[in-house]
Structures are given as C-alpha cells and as structure tokens.
Design a protein around this ligand. Structure first.
Ligand code: SF4
Ligand code: SF4
Length: 618
C-alpha cells in the first residue's frame, strides 16, 4: 500500500490497471478524457501491456469492449455523458446478453454543465439500461469503486457503470493505492454458445425476466455493501439527510460548518450515503426512512435518490416527509455548492437564515469574466472568415450549421458563423433538413476532422443519396483539439503509439460520391475564399477541406507587428477576425507578442498593409 496524490480520473485509470484490465477504449470528452490517458501512460511502464484505443466514437468503443469481454477479458470504456447516448444501442442490448469478463463503463457527468450540451444524469440512464451504477463521492472512493465494479460485473455477468462527476474527475486527493502485480491473467478465451451470445427475441424475453429478478435481489444485497451506509456526524437527535456522489462530501462539509457556528454544537446529522443509486439499496433506505420523520435529499442533476425514497414511503406506507429538488428545497439544475447546501440545511433544520454576505463564498472577489474564444492563430478563424468573405462577395444569403468541437466558438462575434449546433455529427444532417425547408439559400455544414470520423460520415452519405444541395466545410486541424489532442484515424498514429495508414478524408468523400472536393489553406484568405466561391457555383454535396494544423500542436512563428506609421486605425483587424492577440489601446492598435503566433491571417485583412509578419507558421 502507498499513498499517492491523484486527480480523480487518474485514480479511476489506476484503479482499472490494478483491477487487471486488459483493454481500455473510449472517445474523448470532458470531463472523462484523462482516464484513458492515465492508462496509456502507465502502459509504458508495464511488461504486460494493456490494449488502449481512442475509438472513432462511443458506440464503436462499447462494441470493441464487448467483444473482448465475451472472450473473458476485462475492459474499461470511457466517455462523457452525451457519449452514452451514442453508445446506447450496443449497451442496451449488451445488458440483455451479458458479459463474461468484467466490463466497466466510466461515464463522466457534467453538472453545470461546464463543457457539454446537456445536463443528463447517468444514474437515470442506468435504470433505463437496467445495469448497476456506482456513484463515487471522492477520488479515493473512485479508485476503490472501479475495482469493485469489475468484481461486481463478473459476479453478476453484467456491464457496470461508474459515474464520476466533474469535481470527482478533476479534483485531486491523496489516495491509498494497492501494490500492483504486473502478471498476465490466465484466459479461457471465447467459448461458442449461440444460445447465450446471439440476441434473439426469445433470448431477450427470458433475459429480461432474469435481469428484473436480479436487480430486485440486488436491492437487498447492495443494502449490505459497505459503500452504501448510514453515517453519523455528532450526537443527539439528528437532522436526516440522504446524499450521493460529490454532494455527500458537500453535505458533510456543510454539516461541520453548521455545527461549528456558535450555539449549534448540539446539532447532529445522520446521513444516508447512496453509492449505488441503481439498483437502489432499498432495505437500508427503508431502515433510514422508518427512523426519520423528515429527510432532506441532496444530489446533483436528477432527483434520483429523492424519487426512490418517495417510492419506498408509498410502497411500505412509511410516514416520512422527503424533501429535495422536487419540493423546491434545492435547485433542479446545475452544480451544488457547499454554501447552497448550508443554506438548505439551515432552512430544513428551522434555523434562522444568514445574510448572503456572511457566507464564506460571498466574501470572495468576483472572478473576471473570460468568454470562450478561438485561440490566437487558430486556423478555424481563417476558415470561418473565408466562408463569410466568399458569401459576402457573392451577395448570397446563407445558413451555417455548426457542430461539436473548438470550432463551435465560431459563433462568437465578430465571426458569428454558427447558426445551429445540436450534437456530434448533426451539422451535416441539420443542413440537409434546412436545405429541404429553404432551398433558396446557401447551406454550409462545418465539421471538424475528428467529428467527421466519429459521426459525420453517415450524414454525408445520407445527404448525397438524397440529392441534397449543401456545402461541406471540413475543418481539418489534424487532431482532436477540444479535448487535448487525441489521435483519430486521420492522424496516422494509434494510442498504442503505432504508426497507422492515415484515412484520407478526400478519398472517403470521393468514394462516397462527392465529386467536387477542394483542399485549401485557411490562413491564405484569398485562396480560401476563392475555393468556397468555386464550390458555391456547383450543386449537390460539395466540399472544401480547410487543412491547417492546430496552433497548439506546432511551434509558432515570429509575432506580427503593426507599423504605426502606416496604420490608419480602421480596426478591421479587430472587427473582422477577432483575434485575441490584437487590441485597441488609446491612440494605437497593437499586437500582443505573447499571444500572437505569427499565423499571418490579419495581414490579409489590413487594407493598407500595415501588419507585418516574420513568415509563415511552421
Ligand atoms: S487593419 Fe491595418 S490599418 Fe486597420 S487598424 Fe488594423 S493594422 Fe491598422
Ligand atoms: S498573426 Fe495576426 S491573426 Fe495571427 S495570431 Fe498574430 S495577431 Fe492574430
């Protein structure tokens, strides 16, 4: 045993390695990405390598893992909560088929949301899929639970979800870790059994009944596991609270803060800690409900615990009042905070409210507002600007369908080039629908290289086959930039560090039937705008691939300089492209040399040639 200071995602990755995982795959997505990357890093030190893969999307990852698990291997699949929607198809079927080797899906939820398009709750998804979910309340517990989840998965022959939230994933803590034996586990391999591994309707019917019986039994079994428990804080008649995930730790902290206030020393708490929100530890919860006439539930996202307690009150005729999100005691959306919970506890306990300003967080200065913006030197800025310029020169109207990635930030002014954004890959297909509804205008679909491989290709084929008139703009920066530069099939290297033949986007498009495909450099404004104008003249699905590497992956060139003797202070370099490296100071326009990457885009905007760069970015 040793003590290590770990980020939650590192603790999960390390826990999986220590559980003897054989294969780890997933699709990057904040806040889950570092789990797989941790395993990849540890892999370098191992004699018996773990197979690690960034799959093209979450559905593919679950299917790859399912194959390995059927052969008795242990597999970890990582993704963020919206990725679970993409993986839902194989996962729901796999819940019926079952597995042989342990399978854990680490699905990170994003209350807030901080970097997601939804605030969906994986605990709710677990009950929909009918598979168990573990909800860690700290990085240390996440390390323990991932190992327990593998054991549990094999014991009950089911995939298992581990649901850390952002503050668990990215929070750091001192974690007690086991010594690890780097040995190969004996494998039985895949044993053919069509009655078991082939999902026919009759098998599904029988397995459905079996799963319902198993989950009902688990309600009792999980009531006895130590991670579902009742925790006392102080002595005396307690205030009863039920909580799970990070909210459990917040409740404990708020309880201690409340007890530390003058005159509150006698207040005590009894907390029902729910670590498996599905199947719900019903026996333990019933015992808690029968003891307490009034309970406050504290959780993030859906009122999962609250609903389960209300259900048990009805089922067993327990006269206990359950309060929480449904009753309006706590907010129905967003993250919880200790100060908010402190306020709710005060109200629940009938204590006088404190003025807002006296709460610790209210005494802290406001953080400066930092709106998200494309990086200085980002090639996407050039791509958006080129399309805007081309459309303006053609005197046409256009609708711009965006997609998920750094380039969603093209919506910000002055670019203002993202009219819609829904989910991964939807830019192409929404542009198709918009074109059917409004055939008279130009329809552009912007999509990044990683998103194109993840979920853009079926949309392109759909648009082609159904004879849509749209312009595909592929923003190829040769990486998955938004989540930290993970490889994808266009990068030519795998997560195992092997060189692989790059999949050519041009060849894919041409093979599918896109006849007009132009590749252009988005930092050469004239060339880029002309490429757009050329495809605008055609019909059907046509494409411009704007290819320029992500600025964070290359060495910047010498910064640009503005010749003050030439500058007429028209501010076009600011109002047209919005590069954060250019600012207007009293009496002068200037470039911040610490931000500027010398990309040269602004030189093509200045009407008097006042901006000089040392040369092209490498
Ligand atoms: S576009 Fe050129 S002239 Fe206009 S403010 Fe910028 S540097 Fe000066
Ligand atoms: S060269 Fe111009 S556009 Fe490029 S990063 Fe520097 S200031 Fe921004």
């Amino acid at each position: 045993m040793k003590q290590k200071f770990l980020m939650g995602n590192e603790a999960i990755g390390l826990g999986a390695v220590h559980a003897g995982v054989d294969l780890v795959c997933g699709y990057p997505g904040t806040p889950s990405t570092e789990i797989l990357e941790t395993v990849a890093k540890i892999n370098d030190t191992l004699q018996h390598k773990i197979f690690v893969e960034w799959s093209v999307n979450e559905k593919t990852a679950v299917e790859v893992a399912a194959g390995a698990c059927l052969a008795g291997r242990r597999a970890l699949v990582t993704m963020k909560q919206v990725g679970l929607n993409v993986a839902a198809d194989p996962l729901l079927s796999l819940a019926y088929v079952g597995i042989k080797g342990g399978m854990v899906l680490a699905v990170a939820d994003d209350p807030g949301p901080i970097s997601s398009q939804t605030e969906q709750d994986t605990r709710t998804f677990a009950s929909f899929c009918k598979i168990p979910v573990f909800d860690p309340s700290s990085p240390e517990e996440a390390y323990e639970l991932v190992r327990e989840a593998f054991r549990f998965s094999e014991e009950y022959g089911t995939p298992v979800l581990l649901r850390p939230t952002t503050r668990i994933c990215h929070g750091c803590a001192s974690v007690k870790v086991e010594d690890f034996a780097d040995v190969e586990r004996p494998q039985e391999g895949f044993v053919k059994d069509t009655a078991k591994w082939v999902i026919f309707p009759k098998t599904s019917y029988l397995n459905h009944a079996r799963i319902e019986r198993r989950n009902a039994e688990l309600e009792g079994i999980l009531s006895k596991r130590p991670y579902n428990r009742i925790v006392s804080v102080g002595q005396g008649a307690p205030i009863a609270v039920a909580a799970g995930g990070i909210s459990y730790e917040y409740v404990r902290e708020a309880a201690e803060l409340l007890r530390a206030e003058p005159g509150n020393g006698e207040i005590s708490f009894e907390i029902l800690k729910i670590t498996t929100p599905f199947p719900f530890p019903a026996d333990l919860a019933r015992e808690f409900l029968e003891k307490h006439p009034k309970i406050l539930t504290v959780e993030e996202l859906d009122p999962v615990i609250e609903r389960a307690l209300v259900y048990l009150c009805g089922k067993y005729h327990i006269d206990s009042e359950v309060r929480g999100k449904i009753t309006g005691d706590l907010p129905s959306a967003g993250e919880n905070t200790v100060s908010e919970i402190l306020k709710a506890l005060r109200q629940f306990a009938g204590l006088p409210a404190k003025p807002e300003a006296s709460e610790a967080s209210a005494l802290l200065p406001e953080l400066p507002v930092r709106p998200p913006v494309l990086c200085a030197g980002c090639p996407h800025r050039g791509s958006f600007y080129a399309v805007k310029k081309a459309v303006k020169e053609l005197g046409r109207s256009a609708v711009y369908s965006g997609d998920i990635g750094c380039y969603t930030l093209g919506n910000a002014r002055p670019l203002d080039m993202v009219d819609t954004c829904l989910c991964m890959g939807a830019g192409v297909t929404m542009a198709q629908g918009l074109q059917i509804a409004e055939p008279g205008v130009l329809h552009f679909a912007f999509i990044g290289d990683s998103t194109f491989f993840a979920s853009g290709i079926p949309g392109v084929i759909n648009a082609l086959y159904n004879r849509t008139d749209l312009i595909l703009i592929i923003l190829d920066n040769a990486t998955t930039a938004m989540t930290g530069h993970q490889p994808h099939p266009g990068t030519g290297v795998t997560m195992m560090g092997e060189v692989s033949e790059k999949i050519s986007i041009e060849k894919l498009l041409r093979a599918a039937g896109v006849e007009r495909v132009i590749t252009a450099d988005p930092l050469r404004i004239r060339e880029a705008a002309d490429a757009v104008k050329e495809v605008c003249a055609g019909t059907g699905v046509r494409a411009v691939i704007f290819r320029s590497p992500c600025i964070a992956k290359i060495r910047p060139a010498a910064p640009a300089e503005i010749r003050q003797d030439l500058c007429i202070k028209c501010k076009r370099c600011i109002t047209e492209i919005g590069c954060p490296a250019i600012t207007a100071e009293p009496g002068r326009i200037q470039v911040d040399s610490t931000l500027c990457t010398g990309c040269g885009l602004c030189t093509g905007v200045c009407p008097v040639g006042a901006i000089e760069t040392g040369g092209d970015a490498e």
